[in-house]
Design a protein around this ligand. Structure first.
Ligand SMILES: [Fe+2]
Ligand SMILES: [Fe+2]
Length: 358
């Protein structure tokens, strides 16, 4: 008898169900996701108040902002101002989708209050730049708010991955602006835009965006750990269609898009390398191709409770790394609960999904 084709052996190996007994039920996993969300939110709130309690009015010496910036810098700030005008839509519409989750909705309300500070900061910047008359700024604001932003997705999981990409991309935009304001841009037209106040504003906002990104990243790991197939599918759906929020509704969105590329603030290369690749590394995802392949091959295997699970996704994930980061997160939550005393009345406990043993 001829030896079996190695490719067929490989194929069979890929499709071999590897679900151990003892995998948690969907309900148990949902409870653990929520537990992590609430715990991380408590930690986040405490840290946010202790380390990022800045004021859009008082934290910057606005009178010292330069008023002779390049047209590019003026337009960039108008664009940032425009995008941050939709905080009421971003927050209220997502809140309706997530109201049942205490952790997710509490964070969203907090997140909205921090994003609102960004809008207020860019308004101050616009006023003190003195590039546009006060009346123009006022009319521009009303015009922007006349249009409503609609959510790009209507379920919490897709919105989570959208938020991760958006926070990271926004952070890069603001860091790119801070670089211009340090006088370090390699574009000749931006050589004379050094401005310590603008740099401070952009860096302060970018620090918030990092904190938002980190929150969403931790929660994405929790989903990948307890709901790997759904999480990977949502991640891929979002990556394929991602665009910065509100670019399609602000009146000069296409021009603003060109501007951020032209000024080197953000671009396609940054999206592929500094957003997607960084995210894959941080999530333990092996790459776009591996995920697409795994999703295509995914097949459902029943566990001892009769719940169905997909197994092929484990080929696209460094699941042990995911588990290690989720254990670390629960450890951080537990340390916080010890500090506060919550550990005595309502301690959070890590429970293994049961998948890793495979
Ligand atoms: Fe923001
Ligand atoms: Fe943000």
């Amino acid at each position: 008898m001829a030896a079996p084709d190695p490719e067929i052996i490989h194929e069979i190996e890929l499709q071999r169900p590897r679900l151990p007994v003892g995998v948690l039920s969907k309900q148990e996993r949902d409870v653990l996701v929520e537990r992590a969300l609430v715990g991380l939110y408590r930690w986040y709130l405490s840290r946010s108040q202790a380390t990022r309690n800045w004021s859009p009015d008082r934290s910057f010496d606005w009178r010292a902002l330069r008023t002779d910036h390049s047209i590019e810098v003026n337009k960039l700030i108008e664009g940032f101002f425009a995008v941050e005008q939709y905080v009421p839509d971003y927050t209220s519409k997502q809140l309706l989708v997530m109201r049942k989750s205490q952790g997710r909705s509490s964070f969203l309300i907090r997140w909205g209050s921090e994003e609102e500070k960004h809008a207020a900061t860019w308004l101050n910047a616009l006023l003190f730049l003195r590039h546009r008359p006060r009346k123009w700024i006022e009319e521009y604001k009303w015009m922007l708010r006349e249009i409503e932003f609609n959510l790009p997705w209507d379920d919490p999981l897709h919105l989570l991955f959208y938020a991760i990409l958006q926070e990271r991309a926004t952070q890069l935009n603001y860091l790119g602006t801070a670089l211009i304001a340090r006088g370090e841009s390699d574009k000749p037209e931006l050589k004379n835009d050094r401005d310590p106040i603008l740099e401070q504003a952009a860096t302060t906002i970018a620090r918030d965006e990092v904190a938002h990104y980190s929150f969403f990243l931790e929660i994405a790991r929790v989903y990948l750990y307890y709901h790997p197939t759904q999480a990977l599918e949502a991640l891929m759906d979002v990556i394929k269609t991602f665009a910065m929020p509100a670019l399609n509704i602000i009146p000069n969105g296409a021009e603003f898009y060109d501007l951020v590329h032209r000024t080197g603030v953000y671009g396609v290369r940054a999206y592929a390398r500094d957003v997607i690749q960084v995210l894959f590394d941080q999530l333990g995802v092996k790459g776009r191709k591996a995920v697409e392949e795994a999703v295509k091959r995914s097949r459902q295997v029943p566990d001892g409770n009769g719940d169905l699970h997909d197994t092929a996704v484990f080929n696209a994930l460094d699941y042990h790394a995911v588990e290690a980061s989720v254990r670390r997160l629960f450890g951080r939550i537990q340390a916080y609960e010890q500090e506060i005393g919550l550990a005595e009345v309502d301690p959070t406990q890590f429970v293994a999904s049961g998948y890793a043993a495979g």
